[in-house]
Design a protein around this ligand. Sequence first.
Ligand code: NAP
Ligand code: ZN
Ligand code: ZN
Length: 350
Amino acid sequence: MSKAAAYALPSADGSFEKVTIERRDLGPDDVLIDIEFVGICHSDIHTARDEWGGTKYPCVPGHEIAGIVAAVGSSVRKYQVGDRVGVGCLVNSCGKCEPCLAGEEQYCARGASWTYNSPVPEETQPGGYTLGGYATQIVVTENFVVAIPEGIDLDVAAPLLCAGITLYSPLKHWNAGPGKKVAIIGMGGLGHVGVKIAAALGAEVTVLSQSLRKRDDGLRMGATHYYATSDKETFRQLRNSFDLIINTVSADLPIDNYLRLLALDGSLVILGLPENPMTVHGRNLAAYRRSLAGSMIGGIAQTQEMLNFCASHGIGADIELISADEIDSAYDRVIASDVQYRFVIDAGTI
Ligand code: NAP
Ligand code: ZN
Ligand code: ZN
């Protein structure tokens, strides 16, 4: 076992505190990573505050990890000490089921191992459940480590490990590209990366945000249109107009209002995961043969593809770098939609 410093939440309503955690000894296929930067995803908050249920404490969140390889196991071939690498939401899967063989490890039939709060054998993570990246080091099997290309700085690359792949995967799956009208609901961590990627894929991008406050940023990032959803006129004006709408909102939304914005055969894809279920009127799907779908991050090969795509298009996240003692206040600001556009913890301060 090796020791790492980490920031953990002791209970759902507690505050983050500095702790020492154990990481497993390096197995033949393992990579030890010195974490340099770790993003704060809204899923960290849902989990840390037990909004989805089942959170184990102490909880160390963090699945937008960028760092440098510090050591490798005897069988590791892909990485060497000193390589720039990332770890996202996944740290293992069965490798044998249909989704795994198709490179969609996030949909593993036996249940993937998530980077934090996921049950694993004691020898995988002392304590019996995974502890994430708000820490100085992590040990991950090499097949779940991705290379961060030289073209992107590690701090702005970190959020791509969750926010980037979560948007890239559905944008590719639903063929966002030239001639396609794509709307992104929510200009937060996921949303702003989605605007950049969708624009780089060649789609015509519209942002649907609560207000026009972040309009200039949205247009700079590649959107052509920007509307406030607080304005009822937006929903009248944009009726039946989009091929694809991606919902990144972390809170409850009147989803019928957004379904009516889809054109014939359009799809609305749910990425945001608020704690409450939503209701949908069948007539808004039947009219215009619309689809309502969802998507969960992306597989490891596609995460590498996304990083290479972002590097070649000069895409990183827009970030606010914080020190580890600012995590609690950063959480409150994320909930208030007051972040431009992703908090990233400088792991050197842990
Ligand atoms: P975030 O940075 O907080 O962004 C969410 C955005 O939603 C906010 O910036 C805000 O955008 C909008 N919003 C917030 N409250 C709202 C409300 N009451 N009504 C309308 N809009 C509201 O969060 P994130 O990290 O991007 O994550 C977003 C959601 O995706 C979370 O639920 C997270 O758990 C989930 N997620 C899912 C996956 C997946 O694989 N499916 C992966 C990662 C995260 P505006 O200010 O522009 O309105
Ligand atoms: Zn995430
Ligand atoms: Zn599997």
